[in-house]
Design a protein around this ligand. Sequence first.
Ligand code: ACO
Length: 311
Amino acid sequence: DEKTLEAEFQRRIDNEEKIEPKDWMPQAYRKNLIRQISQHAHSEVIGMQPEGNWITRAPSLHRKAVLLAKVQDEAGHGLYLYSAAETLGISREELIDALHTGAAKYASIFNYPSLSWADMGAIGWLVDGAAIVNQVSLQRTSYGPYARGMVRICKEESFHQRQGYHILMTLMEGDERQRKMAQDSVNRFWWPSLMMFGPHDSDSQHSGQSMTWKIKRQSNDELRQKFVDQSVEQAEAIGLTLPDPDLRWNEDRGHYDFGEIDWEEFYSVIAGNGHCNRDRVAHHRRAHDEGAWVREALDAYESKRSAARTA
Ligand code: ACO
């Protein structure tokens, strides 16, 4: 019966066994995973927009080639993740539809505008840096296809982070205006990057169950702290200042203390009221509609092929 199946399922999780698509799983586990993986996929794809905005304005052919490759990688990450979600019995159409209607979220950070070339640096360094901290942890998530997807994504993501850091490093070695541009970008992206880890553990509605099922392996606050600790030294190394007067080393905790996040801003952005929410979704809708002919062509090709097979 259900109770025995559920106990056996939890025993496998406790034993660090991976759950695979055809295995029995509680409905709520399936639902929670579809929610998290699909929102993760949407984040990768919507995340192409702030950077795509600068491809034509990259300062050199070299930077342009790198940025183009990076944005393409993000599309690839989205596709691995959509595929992982589909193994749970939901269709791509349903997933995209939930993004368009606002039923599914995507990372709040991508609702901030990319205003300068330095933002390509800050996004790579901080946004991809935060994403890696979270995704390294998710390599050990209990659902097999998600965990395996994370391994590959993390490899690509660490290249993204370095290219961003390199952009900022180069600007910090430049003239006064370039250094100012880099600092301004870090000032705007620091706090939204901390928000990527989600609400405090005490306010995180999904964390308890997700930790028991090992969908999440470390909590929102633990991962955020890890990110702060690694970022402080990286900022110092190239002469950037993180915009937080409360940031200081705490000898007793062995971690950096930091100031309080503006949670009102966080909740307002995830409710759809950030600078770019409407544009981001409208742009995705437009690209999706314009791509309808590709999906139709695929269907036509597939029905021809299956007709040939049965003939
Ligand atoms: N942006 C948008 N929504 C968020 C964010 C955020 N930064 N943080 C939390 N939320 C939402 C949650 O999705 C949830 O809403 P929902 O019930 O409608 O889905 C609500 O706020 C409450 O948060 P939690 O209970 O803490 O949610 P959860 O346990 O899912 O933790 C987290 C949030 C940490 C983002 C988790 O889902 C996760 O690890 N996801 C995978 C990583 C990911 O999505 N990365 C995308 C950004 S990185 C990139 O793509 C480059």
